[in-house]
Design a protein around this ligand. Sequence first.
Ligand SMILES: [Zn+2]
Length: 463
Amino acid sequence: MIKQRLDTVIVNGRIVTGDGVTEIETGNILIDGQAIVDVIAGVIDPPTDVQVIDAAGCTILPGIINGHAHGCTVGPTMPSGSRPFAPSDIEYHLNRHLLSGTTTLLNVCGLALMDEIATTPNDHPLEVAVSTAHTPANLAAARAIDGAGLGGRHHKMTIEAMIKAGAKALGEAGGGQTLGGGAQDYRFIPDAIHKATAVRIHPNLARALKEAVVGRRLDHPVADLKAVDHLLHGSMLRSVIDAPALADLVRATVMPPVSLSLQGLAEIAEASSRFGLPAIFHTATPTADTLMRLAVTHPTARMIAAHSNHPSFEPEECVSLARALRSSGVTIDVSTLDCISTRWRNQPTNLDCLVSEGLVDTLSTDFAGGDWDSILDSLNRMVRLGQSNLARAVALAAGNVANALPELASDRGLIAPGRLADIAIVEGHNLSRVRHVIKKGRVVVRNGAICGRNERRQQRRSI
Ligand SMILES: [Zn+2]
């Protein structure tokens, strides 16, 4: 007989606790207020005066912690300090994350301010935190490529002030916008070519042109005009621009922020050592050497190599880089990007290699130009393909994230007494189908739909 004061009891579910090891075949979770008070294996007789959620046939996971996402504040977006998304886009992103089992999210655009979290749709149950990359070189890199979302307050902001105000991590240092990555392919290069020629090209062509002009590491001083000419002749551009002019245009679009952004990486490593906060770094071919160097020169920096499965790498390159960074104490994060089910621009090869080699510490979504496949989709795929067992897979987006980002999540990420009652209840045979989500003890998604404000408020009164 259960005697203690309780608000909610989840019964009869398979529990994966998030520590990387523990699965309870049939178990029950006791919740009081915002916290888990007990986890009991077997079948229990729940008290009658509490909310009972029957999870029979379902799997119960810690609420997912997404340590690398964009587009979830009303502040400047991306390391390019671009204009914020429209409010309805932001609300859609928040809803999608919550409906895919995420209860805590770190928005790593890096230049948004604390009060730009608070104004996101009032009272949304997804908990959003921000990181800071407010250093001179990172702000200058943003201005060199865009900066249209930056106002006076952003330019004057410092890392010290952001940490005091509650920023949970540093970064993202560098980004696809400032370092010739995906955002150059889907946005800046097509926009520049459209402006010059009135022809809009596909991101895959933009990526191929970029590699022909500046190389995968952005270090070719001279364009491969033969390759540019070849790409030009297979495209709609052939009658409107010649190869040298196209090469100049691509170089002038990609390169202005690059050296500033690389300098920004060093400033963030330095700040991580100084303030003792975890720091998130854009990981891709143009940053690989810099990251290896910083891991050695800043041994006390708490470095996280974000999206280590970046599409700029060949599979063997990302595996050897992850192995080398990890042996220098760097946390290896991978992102779903659009490579699980969408696959518009990205494929899962690099993610598969890193998971199979056991080199992955944490899993996030990133943003990929608005395409991001859910974390649970990726975990489901990993388990199905036999790349990981269930307990280890779930830890990548729960307990491991709490360990890597304790300032954000040391009070959650595990189904264990004393932790926050942030919980996702998913289908037993398909982890990616979310049935219920509980945030700080309140049901916020019930039977696949976000609970209305009134229902959430009522639960709060009863607590
Ligand atoms: Zn990035």
